[in-house]
Design a protein around this ligand. Structure first.
Ligand code: FDA
Length: 527
């Protein structure tokens, strides 16, 4: 029996060595450690992808949603581990820890700074692509969803069972549940119900010691921290139990586009005073981008006013006519549909068939840089004019700013209820995104978005200038790549994302991961 075990082990070691690992190197030791713990050769081939594996690149690239981090010079993981069960996650943590590899956890791969699959030190990626179960229980109005599922898979799972329940998470249907819920999660139901993280009622997490914990066994402090305090800081969240929310069987969506020549600036100016005070059932957003002007060969800037109303068009039109007549909303701008179709509408996709929500690569992928602001005071008309004019610049050809109204339920939740603090008093959140096609030009485009961000400094929230963790921005500051990062150093970015919750997050981190195993450029450092 012992002989048999030894032969299997030698066989595995040979396979891994042939795969490019040298056992004298810590990497060889890491693979050896993992293969000992997984021990079944057919499972190993489905779980461990070394750089020499023919599927390595396709597995790595499958969830890269920012090609800025898919270049030849981007540092690559020594191995990608795609666990099939919890013990594989525990083993990966154990072996990375014991052999000095940094661990990057990836669910949907939408991290805008590539933090889930890039590191400057030797690292492996734990890719939860096989943890994708969605179990919807309509009777109790809850669902268990694994981290590797996308929001689209959750939305689809709910809609397949009922038209009168939904979940308040992000607009894009390809974002992963793991990263999204651990950073907050705001979408078209946000004004009515708050964040995705506000609706988490239990989790399954593997901590730095390999223990599998749920809400009860981890305690309320850690449970608080993982609902908005960021991913890859406290452990690997395998699954989330979420509370579903009621939605009507029919909702109404609309888009009204106004460009500079059609008073876009004035209407946007007015929108700031109204949008956060509208009934909670009405979510509106303004998407700003460069478009063709009606004059041939000329460009202009468009403010696209978009909305989703939890009700019918006959109720919506008089409401808007009363509250926001400047928009000129007409019936032909509106379409009635189901809540799940409204997700596709906002994502710019055809609303039929809805099973496109299961397609993880339904949206085009590009190279991009994003930044965010929370705005508490309305911008002046001249301020808006200057902002819009920046979109006429050449670098803004593929730029967009998505401005989403807050207020409603977001105003009612205390800043320290969860780590995500941007609640009462926020008029809107702006996500600035610039995209480019030629990597050689990246610097120019990044420079443009940095200038836009500097321009917006006078209008954005101050002391701190708040930022949304789910759109990471490493310009705000980073931890040291190697070695210790002090609380003071991390506060430079940490207070922007978490305000006064940052200290509590650092205290929890100190308790649950004092050796800082789970770390990245913007993970919470232990005190
Ligand atoms: P990814 O897998 O890249 O992970 C992001 C971070 O979380 C990384 O640090 C990672 O290590 C960590 N992590 C991932 N899984 C984990 C797990 N299981 N346990 C612990 N840590 C884990 N946001 C929003 O609020 N509303 C919106 O509408 C949108 N829309 C949107 C569209 C597009 C195109 C992009 C690129 C992004 C958004 N976002 C968004 C932002 C999005 O919420 C954010 O990028 C999430 O972190 C994405 O989660 P993923 O799992 O896809 O990312």
């Amino acid at each position: 029996m012992k002989f048999l075990q030894l032969s299997v082990l030698s066989f595995l070691i040979v396979i891994l060595s042939l795969n490019g690992a040298t056992l004298a190197h810590p990497y060889g030791d890491f693979l050896h450690c993992l293969s000992l713990r997984i021990s079944n050769s057919s499972t190993i081939s489905k779980v461990i992808y070394t750089q020499n594996n023919p599927s390595y690149s396709s597995v790595l690239n499958a969830s890269i949603h920012n090609t800025r981090f898919a270049t030849l010079t981007t540092p690559k993981p020594y191995a990608i581990i795609t666990p099939l069960k919890t013990s594989h996650v525990q083993s990966t943590i154990y072996c990375s820890k014991n052999h000095g590899f940094q661990l990057r956890i990836r669910s949907g791969g939408h991290d805008v700074e590539g933090v889930s699959y890039v590191s400057q030190v030797p690292f492996v990626v734990l890719d939860l692509v096989n943890f994708r179960d969605v179990k919807v229980d309509t009777k109790n109005e809850v669902a268990w969803v694994q981290s590797g599922a996308t929001t689209g898979e959750l939305y689809y799972g709910i809609a397949a069972k009922t038209q009168t329940l939904g979940f308040p998470a992000g607009i894009c249907h390809t974002i992963g549940i793991g990263g999204h819920l651990s950073g907050g999660g705001f979408g078209i139901l946000g004004r009515k119900y708050g964040l995705a993280a506000d609706h988490v009622i239990d989790v399954k997490l593997v901590d730095a010691n390999g223990r599998v914990l749920n809400r009860k066994s981890m305690g309320e402090e850690l449970f608080w921290a993982i609902r908005g305090g960021g991913g890859n800081t406290f452990g690997v969240v395998l699954a989330w139990k979420v509370k579903l929310v009621p939605v009507p069987p029919v909702v109404t969506v609309f888009t009204v586009n106004k460009n500079l020549e059609q008073n876009a600036t004035k209407i946007f100016h007015r929108w700031q005073y109204i949008a956060h005070k509208l009934p909670n059932e009405l979510f509106t957003a303004v998407w700003v981008m460069k478009v063709n002007s009606s004059q041939v060969g000329k460009k202009t800037v468009q403010a696209g006013f978009r909305g989703m109303f939890l009700g019918g068009v006959d109720e919506l039109i008089p409401l808007i006519q009363h509250e926001f007549p400047e928009l000129g909303l007409a019936k032909e701008n509106c379409t009635q549909m189901s809540w799940v179709q409204s997700i596709l509408y906002f994502g710019g996709l055809p609303i039929q068939p809805v099973n496109i929500l299961l397609n993880r690569s339904a949206l085009p992928v590009s190279s991009l840089k994003a930044k965010t602001d929370f705005v508490r005071e309305p911008m002046s008309e001249t301020g808006i004019e200057g902002f819009m004019n920046m979109f006429l610049e050449e670098e803004a050809d593929f730029a967009i700013t998505m401005i989403e109204a807050f207020g409603g339920r977001m105003d009612e939740i205390r800043e320290n209820e969860l780590p995500y603090p941007h609640r009462a008093g926020i008029l809107f959140e702006s996500t600035y995104i610039v995209q480019w096609t030629n990597e050689a030009d990246a610097g120019r485009y990044i420079n443009w978005i940095r200038r836009l961000y500097s321009y917006m400094a006078s209008y954005a929230s101050k002391s701190p200038r708040e930022a949304y963790y789910n759109y990471k921005d490493l310009d705000l500051g980073t931890n040291n790549i190697v070695g210790y990062t002090s609380y003071e150093q991390a506060s430079v970015w940490g207070l922007k994302y978490f305000k006064n919750n940052f200290k509590r997050l650092a205290q929890i981190k100190t308790k649950v991961d004092p050796m800082n195993f789970f770390r990245n450029e913007q993970s919470i450092p232990p005190l």
